[in-house]
Design a protein around this ligand. Structure first.
Ligand code: HEC
Ligand code: HEC
Length: 372
């Protein structure tokens, strides 16, 4: 990976200054981000290593394999015809946005209570799954079925969605023919309209800020939290419910920890994921072209959030049958290497990545003793 290409915020805040800006800056972000998104084209696009399997030496094939779709041509859901398909897609978007109302623990229909918390999918998959580096879901339906390192087998789109159901939503899997499942899948397909199989989009995931060469520091992160997050997510991390009585109305500001948050097996509980997500999207309204936090503050505030209590999910030692495929920041063991669990949680990750690469070269695989 080359030099950090998105230095709009830079490190101007200095090594230890807390990167706070006022909410006036957010208004500016809102007004300018549309223009910036257009301006920030290839020059700002993140660099990535060539895709494995791309034929070496064939420059054209390599370029094609690495081409990313920058402009997302997504049909307007509200303009779909009022037929069975159009209604299913609109229902799916509603499940994504008002998740707790449809499938939360207090959903009106008890048979539909699949989620274990009152979060909405869109609390993480921002702008109904259409925000660059806001965990977009554009292209997702073209990627499945796909090999899953977590299960060691093939996973369908429904299987992947159930991973968010059992971890991010702290709930249980949905039957494949349940209405909300079919509707979510129909909506995800619409997001991938006209995209080729295995489409690669620009802005996938949550980004890739440069790593730290020290462990991320929850104590320093608490200061970042007090200056940049507490106003919305509250001192107790529980966010703001839309309605004090009806929990299924979900959140105006979602919780970051506590009993109604994502559980400890969720992707958002991994430091690399949450640090990048926060850097590119928080305070809410921030766009990746104009981050508010400097990377160092994003790492530390992420460390503060993942050090807080949240629901525990039993028995995920069996995840990742080949331990060399386990993300370095997975906060639960077992691990292929001998770095302490603490370092897998807070970093620095560079030395772990080097060791994993060495083990891959020497051993190829390291079987998980707990794998079923
Ligand atoms: C607490 C945050 C959070 C919530 C809530 C959440 N997800 Fe996710 N989801 C993630 C993360 C993190 C990933 C991994 C993204 C990546 O690897 O780029 C992910 C990945 C996915 C993927 C795979 C995307 C891909 O391109 O492979 C799908 C599909 C998905 N989520 C659907 C949902 C649905 C549907 C809901 C609501 C029922 C939901 N998620 C709720 C955090 C969340
Ligand atoms: C202006 C209010 C506001 C501020 C300030 C803010 N957030 Fe958020 N945050 C939100 C909202 C609203 C969402 C959900 C977005 C949506 O549903 O579209 C969210 C979502 C999130 C999520 C994903 C959802 C979840 O429940 O985990 C994380 C993580 C997060 N914020 C962390 C932070 C951190 C860390 C800070 C401080 C650096 C911060 N936020 C500052 C309003 C805010």
């Amino acid at each position: 990976m080359g030099a950090y290409p998105r230095g709009l915020a830079g490190r101007a805040g200095g090594a230890i200054a807390i990167g706070a800006r006022t909410f006036t800056a957010l208004t500016f972000v809102a007004l300018t981000c549309a223009a910036l998104t257009l301006a920030a084209s290839a020059a700002l696009a993140q660099q990535e290593a060539p895709r494995p399997g791309a034929p070496a030496g064939d420059a054209a094939a390599l370029a094609a394999a690495n081409a990313r779709i920058a402009v997302w041509d997504i049909p307007q859901v509200d303009l779909l015809p009022d037929d069975a398909e159009g209604r299913l897609v609109r229902y799916g978007r509603s499940v994504l946005e008002a998740t707790a109302r449809h499938i939360g623990p207090d959903a009106p229909d008890p048979a539909m209570r699949f989620a274990g918390n009152n979060l909405a999918c869109v609390n993480c998959h921002l702008n109904a799954g259409r925000k660059k580096f806001g965990l977009p879901l554009v292209g997702a339906s073209t990627d499945y079925p796909q090999y899953s390192a977590r299960s060691g087998g093939m996973a369908s789109l429904e299987d992947r969605l159930d991973n968010c159901m059992t971890r991010s939503m702290n709930g249980r899997p949905m039957p494949r023919d349940a209405g909300p499942m079919r509707a979510l899948v129909a909506y995800l397909r619409i997001l991938s309209t006209a995209l080729p199989k295995d489409a690669r989009i620009e802005g996938a995931g949550a980004g890739a800020i440069p790593g730290l060469d020290r462990p991320a520091d929850p104590t320093r992160g608490a200061l970042v939290y007090a200056q940049n997050c507490v106003f919305c997510h509250r001192a107790d991390g529980r966010g703001l419910a839309r309605n004090a009585v009806v929990a299924s109305f979900g959140y105006g500001v979602p919780p970051l920890w506590g009993p109604d948050s994502f559980n400890d097996g969720a992707g958002m509980n991994r430091l690399v994921t949450i640090a990048n997500f926060v850097h590119d999207n928080m305070p809410n309204g921030t766009d990746w072209t104009m981050p508010v936090l400097v990377p160092e503050d994003a790492w530390d505030v992420a460390a503060y959030v993942v050090s807080q209590p949240r629901p525990a999910r039993a028995a995920f030692e069996a995840d990742f049958p080949n331990l060399l495929e386990k993300p370095v920041d997975t906060p639960y063991g077992p691990y292929a290497d001998s770095f302490p669990a603490e370092q897998h949680k807070y970093g620095p990750f560079g030395p772990i990545r080097t060791e994993i690469a060495r083990l891959k070269a020497v051993k190829g695989t390291v079987p998980n003793p707990y794998a079923r």
